[in-house]
Structures are given as C-alpha cells and as structure tokens.
Design a protein around this ligand. Sequence first.
Ligand code: NAP
Length: 137
Amino acid sequence: MGRKTWLSIPPRFRPLPDRLNVVLSRDTSLDLGENVITATSFDDALQKLAERDVGRVYVIGGGEIYKTALQHPATENVLLTRIFSPFDCDTFFPALDGWEEAGREKLSEFVGERVEEGNQKEGDVEFKYELWQKKSN
Ligand SMILES: NC(=O)c1ccc[n+]([C@@H]2O[C@H](COP(=O)([O-])OP(=O)(O)OC[C@H]3O[C@@H](n4cnc5c(N)ncnc54)[C@H](OP(=O)(O)O)[C@@H]3O)[C@@H](O)[C@H]2O)c1
C-alpha cells in the first residue's frame, strides 16, 4: 500500500492483520516498526517480498500505487468490486486500458470459491465482483 493509504487506516487497525504489510514511500528514512516492511519503489517492494518467499502479493491502493501497479509487468490480475451507487470520492482507480474482464469461472478459480452470478447487495449498496486480466494481444 502507499504511505497515504497506511495513514488512512486508524492506528488501532494497523498493521492489517494476518498478512505482511508493505508500505511504499520515497522517504528512505520511513520506519513503521519491525512488523511493517517499507519500500522505496514497486520493484523494491517485490524484491523484499521475494526474499521472504511469500505467496500471492495483493496491491491495496491507493490511487497512486494502483497506477504504478497496473503498468508493472508483474501485475497479472485485478480483483475489482464494481459499486452501482454514487459516492463522493477524492481518489480513483485508473482506467483499465489494455485489460479485459475474465469470466465468472476464472474469478471463482482465482479466489478459490464459487462467486455468485450477477450483482450482490449489502444494505442499499449493489455491487459486483469482477476479475480483469491483461489482454494477450
Ligand atoms: N476504498 C478503497 O478500497 C481504498 C483502498 C486504498 C486506499 N484508499 C484511499 O486512497 C487514499 C490514498 O490514495 P492516494 O492515491 O492519495 O495515495 P497512496 O497511493 O496510498 O500513497 C501515495 C504515496 O505513496 C508513495 N508512493 C507512491 N508511488 C510510489 C512509488 N512508485 N515508489 C515509492 N513510493 C511511492 C508516496 O509516499 P511519499 O510521499 O512518502 O514518498 C506517495 O505520496 C486514502 O484516502 C485511502 O483511504 C481507498
């Protein structure tokens, strides 16, 4: 995640549990404690994760980091929650140019469980899970 996303998480909820937290900042002196890895570039983050032999790496934002991740050759999938209600926002996910939606079968395979067809609803908010993959050309 980017440094601004880290700061947007209330202190009592960070680091996010049950996963290794990696925070990107160009500030080489940033120290967020012994349980949080800091990295000065996307490649630096991937390098540090490779040294720890972790499984799948998830990029959780914000907008600036998503933009970098989408352009990086190591990024293979986008798990997207499409929300069908209007909200005022100040941070945006980049356009998925050069990516295409993979079907529900691939999405279910990717997340390891059956994903319901069509839109889902939580309270008044309707949404849909989607998997996007790079166009093969
Ligand atoms: N709704 C959601 O699902 C969701 C998810 C994530 C975030 N968010 C929201 O998004 C907002 C933050 O997004 P944002 O786009 O403003 O900021 P961001 O992407 O979280 O963080 C930007 C910061 O990350 C560092 N950074 C960016 N690119 C880098 C690179 N290539 N190498 C090293 N460091 C890099 C820089 O830190 P330095 O300035 O320290 O160099 C930069 O200022 C927050 O309001 C958060 O709540 C929402």
